[in-house]
Design a protein around this ligand. Sequence first.
Ligand SMILES: CC(=O)SCCNC(=O)CCNC(=O)[C@H](O)C(C)(C)COP(=O)(O)OP(=O)(O)OC[C@H]1O[C@@H](n2cnc3c(N)ncnc32)[C@H](O)[C@@H]1OP(=O)(O)O
Ligand SMILES: N[C@@H](CO)C(=O)O
Length: 319
Amino acid sequence: MFDQLREDIACIHERDPAARSRIEILTCYPGLHAILVHRLAHGLWRRGWYWAGRFVSHLGRLLTGIEIHPGARIGRRVFIDHGFGVVIGETAEIGDDCTIYQGVTLGGTRLYKGEKRHPTLEEGVVVGAGAQILGGFTVGAHARIGSNAVVIKPVPAGATAVGNPARVILPEDHTAPAPAAGDAQGTAATRDAGDGAGARQPDATPATAARRATPSPCEEGAPPSQSEWAARPLQELLQRGRQESASADGTASQEDFAPYGVSRADDDPLVKVLHELINHTAQQDARIQRLCSALEDLGQRIENGQHPLDAERLNRMVE
Ligand SMILES: CC(=O)SCCNC(=O)CCNC(=O)[C@H](O)C(C)(C)COP(=O)(O)OP(=O)(O)OC[C@H]1O[C@@H](n2cnc3c(N)ncnc32)[C@H](O)[C@@H]1OP(=O)(O)O
Ligand SMILES: N[C@@H](CO)C(=O)O
């Protein structure tokens, strides 16, 4: 228990430039107090003492202004900075080494009992002040959620999500295999504060969330790969989102209750049409480029002053 407290204090020291001493952290950090109270509340909850768990959690909220449902699963070295107004729902899971600022909600958009309604954060996720992450999907390891973002779809590992509704900015090496959603949930689930299994290596470095440099479609070898390059990441993202929605639902045929006007059942048809048009146009671009190259090989000179379509940028804009 004391080892865990020591690492809680050490991680705050590491991540908060404003922290000056251990005693200050121990006595003046509501985020630390909230985590300690949650461990007690969650222990009671897991033993089936639901009212007692709920009551302890309620006292924690009075003390800290941070509301964590006793059923939520929180990993090790999770730092809630400032914390006032943070709300963490019953089925939320937070992996090791996550950082959460004030005013964050890990919430739901549906009211079905017994299903996973709240998000899973994989390890090392940073959630900016005021961000709302709503739904039973996964935010991949080391993703960063901008302050005041409203996130309603899965975020891939290492990506940054900003805005309302949040747009996803993919990391540079977005082809690296991201942890599967199922793994993520399973892993986070075993990372209870109580057992601490699956702890991240202390020296693991967070993935950089540098944006993908947009390769020019005029680069060598671009024509055959351009449309794939433009379409694949997005399709994977959409596909993953749909799969997660379906598995989180378990009741795909049930009509979604959408208190915020947000349905997870499917993507906006207009957005789908726009993606198809953009990807189709990118494919046409690539074919025309190949035709031009073939004609040039035959000795025809083709004037081409037109910039090729930047499909990835357009696809991101409509998301
Ligand atoms: C008292 C206290 O200090 S409490 C602490 C409060 N601090 C926080 O909550 C920090 C939260 N961090 C953020 O919001 C950061 O801006 C991050 C994590 C999103 C930055 O992530 P990065 O990957 O470095 O993104 P970067 O700064 O390069 O910006 C990427 C794009 O997102 C935009 N952006 C960044 N933050 C936000 C935001 N919060 N909302 C909307 N757009 C944003 C940028 O303008 C940029 O847009 P562009 O691509 O159109 O130019
Ligand atoms: N505690 C962090 C954010 O407010 C800092 O001082 O920078």
